[in-house]
Design a protein around this ligand. Structure first.
Ligand SMILES: NC(=O)c1ccc[n+]([C@@H]2O[C@H](COP(=O)([O-])OP(=O)(O)OC[C@H]3O[C@@H](n4cnc5c(N)ncnc54)[C@H](O)[C@@H]3O)[C@@H](O)[C@H]2O)c1
Length: 261
C-alpha cells in the first residue's frame, strides 16, 4: 500500500493525455505532484491547474532524467512514486528509420532504466519506493503497423518485470500499466491500425488514471489493465501462439484491404 496523501509523485509526459490525467488524479488524492513534459507550456499549464510543480524537460536522456530527479528531490524531499509515463509511437514497418528505432528505444525503454538506476539506491536505503511504468497492451500482445512501438513496449514490460522480481522483496513496488486504446493525441496520430483495432473500445485518459491511481494506492496488482480483456488476449497468445498469429494476420489483412481502398 502507498499512502498518497502528502506523497511526492513525479509524472513524466504529464502535460497531455494519460500523464495529465494521472497528475490531476494524484493531486486530487492529496499527493504533491511534479509535472514533467517535453513541452514546457503544457507542463506549466497542468501544474498551475493542480497546484503542482512544473519541471519541463526530456525525461528520456541520461542528462534529462538526472535533472528531473534532482529537481524533483529538491521540490519534494524524496520521490515516493515515479510514473515513467512519457512514450512515443514512431515508425510503421520495416521502413522505420534508424532514428525512429533509437528514439523509441530511448523514450519507451531507456527512460525507465535511467530513472530506476537513479531512484533505486535511495529507495533501498529507506526501504520503500514505487515505480509505475506506462507500457501498453502492445507490450503484452503487439500493435499492427507499429514495429518500433510493439518491440520497445515489450522491452519496457520486461524491464518492469525484472525490477519487480529483483527489488519487490526489498520494499520497492513496481507496476506496469498496459492499456489498449486511450483517446489521446498519440492514438489520433497512430493511423488506420489504431482506428481498426482500438477506436471502439478506447477509454478516456481519466478512466485510465482512475484505475491506475487506485492500483498505486493499493500497491497491487503488478499488471494494471484498464481494459480487463487484455488478460484473456495475453493468455491466449501464450497458450497457442500459432492460433494467435492466425487471428492477428486476419486483422492485418483487413487493415491492408482498408488501406488499398
Ligand atoms: N493513447 C493510447 O492509446 C495508449 C495506449 C497504451 C499505452 N499508451 C502509453 O501511454 C503513455 C502516454 O501516452 P498518451 O497517449 O498520453 O500520449 P500523448 O502523446 O497524449 O502524451 C504524451 C506526452 O508525453 C510527452 N513526451 C514525449 N516524449 C517525452 C520525453 N522524452 N520527455 C518528457 N515528455 C515527453 C509529450 O510532449 C506529451 O505531452 C505512453 O507511454 C504511451 O505509449 C498510450
Amino acid at each position: 500500500m502507498t499512502v498518497l496523501a502528502g506523497a511526492g509523485v513525479v509524472v513524466t509526459g504529464g502535460g497531455a493525455g494519460i500523464g495529465a490525467a494521472l497528475a490531476r488524479r494524484f493531486a486530487a488524492a492529496g499527493a504533491r505532484v511534479v509535472v514533467n513534459d517535453l513541452d514546457p507550456d503544457a507542463s506549466h499549464a497542468v501544474a498551475a491547474d493542480i497546484d503542482a510543480v512544473a519541471l519541463p524537460g526530456d525525461a528520456a536522456t541520461e542528462a534529462g532524467v538526472a535533472a528531473l530527479i534532482s529537481g524533483a528531490r529538491a521540490a519534494l524531499g524524496e520521490v515516493d512514486v515515479y510514473c515513467a509515463n512519457a512514450g512515443i509511437g514512431e515508425g510503421v514497418g520495416l521502413d522505420a528509420s534508424e532514428e525512429a528505432w533509437e528514439h523509441s528505444w530511448d523514450v519507451n525503454v531507456m527512460a525507465h532504466v535511467r530513472a530506476a538506476r537513479l531512484l533505486t539506491p535511495a529507495w533501498l536505503a529507506r526501504g520503500r519506493g514505487h515505480l509505475v511504468t506506462t507500457v501498453s497492451a502492445a507490450g503484452l500482445l503487439t500493435m499492427l503497423d507499429a514495429s518500433a512501438y510493439a518491440v520497445t513496449k515489450h522491452a519496457a514490460y520486461a524491464f518492469a518485470e525484472w525490477m519487480a522480481i529483483t527489488y519487490g522483496a526489498k520494499g520497492i513496488t513496481v507496476q506496469a500499466v498496459c492499456p489498449r486504446g486511450v483517446r489521446t493525441a498519440l492514438l489520433d496520430a497512430s493511423g488506420p491500425a489504431a482506428r481498426l483495432l482500438l477506436d471502439d473500445d478506447a477509454l478516456a485518459p481519466e478512466q485510465v488514471a482512475d484505475t491506475v491511481v487506485d492500483a498505486v494506492a493499493a500497491g497491487a496488482p503488478f499488471l494494471i489493465l484498464p481494459h480487463p480483456e487484455v488478460a484473456r488476449m495475453y493468455a491466449g497468445r501464450a497458450a497457442d501462439p500459432d492460433r494467435w498469429l492466425t487471428g492477428m494476420r486476419k486483422l492485418q489483412g483487413r487493415l491492408d484491404q482498408a488501406r488499398e481502398g
